[in-house]
Design a protein around this ligand. Structure first.
Ligand SMILES: C[S@@+](CC[C@H](N)C(=O)[O-])C[C@H]1O[C@@H](n2cnc3c(N)ncnc32)[C@H](O)[C@@H]1O
Length: 218
């Protein structure tokens, strides 16, 4: 296939580079052809194919859901999806959307209201913190985000449930990984083929939640 070039003199070099990459990316093209909202859909597809985290009875929480590629793929496979994002998201069947910051109490209250005393079977998070380019600070932000998702998971996940969260190479602290390993039967790192090679992004896949050991009294 002939590579498309961008020749718009009003664009900065970095915008041209980004646009050119989008126009020539095989997953962007495939997402458009298959009617998916984002190329990210292929990442959750690969995760589901390899790890079978979702089944027809699962209640799924999709964090960082917009524009909705993950929810779009997951919703027909499961019982119900609750999707959360700072940005707007167009409606999807079988998906309740909450626009808000995952860190805010208001958003957490809305999630708890929707699950109505039940627990969540699978948490999938494609959220990434905003980066500032200073490696030490960016590293801390990634670890903090993963820690917050994990803290929430310990409160809300069903026994045997699964957690999938985006992280970055070198982004998981040893302490956090140790905690994850003591809370789940199996913890693996996975880099989907559809994740850009030049990106250090990867996903931590945690299966078989063992329950909230923080709540077990000695
Ligand atoms: C890579 S995109 C997600 C793409 C999505 N998985 C899909 O398939 O279309 C990451 C999303 O995380 C959201 N996000 C980042 N931090 C967030 C936060 N604290 N609370 C809620 N959403 C957040 C961003 O707004 C962004 O839409």
């Amino acid at each position: 296939m002939l590579k498309q070039r961008v020749r718009n003199k009003h664009l900065t070099n970095s915008s041209k580079k980004w646009l050119q990459r989008q126009l020539n990316d095989k997953y962007v093209i495939q997402a458009r052809n298959d009617g998916y909202r984002s190329r990210a859909t292929f990442k959750i597809m690969e995760i589901q194919q390899k790890y079978s985290i979702i089944n027809s009875n699962s209640v799924v929480l999709d964090l960082g859901a917009s524009p909705g590629g993950w929810s779009q793929f997951v919703a027909p496979l499961c019982k119900h999806v609750i999707a959360v994002d700072l940005l707007e998201m167009q409606p999807l069947p079988n998906v309740d959307f909450i626009q808000g910051d995952f860190h805010s109490n208001e958003t957490l209250d809305k999630i708890y209201k929707l699950i109505n005393g039940r627990s969540i079977d699978v948490i999938i998070s494609d959220m990434a913190p905003s980066t500032c380019g200073i490696p030490k600070i960016d590293h801390l932000r990634i670890v903090n985000l993963l820690e917050e998702v994990f803290t929430f998971a310990k409160q809300a996940l069903s026994f045997g449930g699964a957690l999938v969260a985006k992280t970055f190479q070198g982004g998981g602290s040893d302490i956090l990984l140790k905690q994850l390993r003591s809370s789940f039967r199996k913890v693996s790192n996975f880099k989907p083929k559809s994740s850009r090679k030049e990106s250090s992004e990867l996903y931590v896949i945690c299966k078989g939640f063992l329950g909230n050991i923080d709540q077990i009294q000695p």
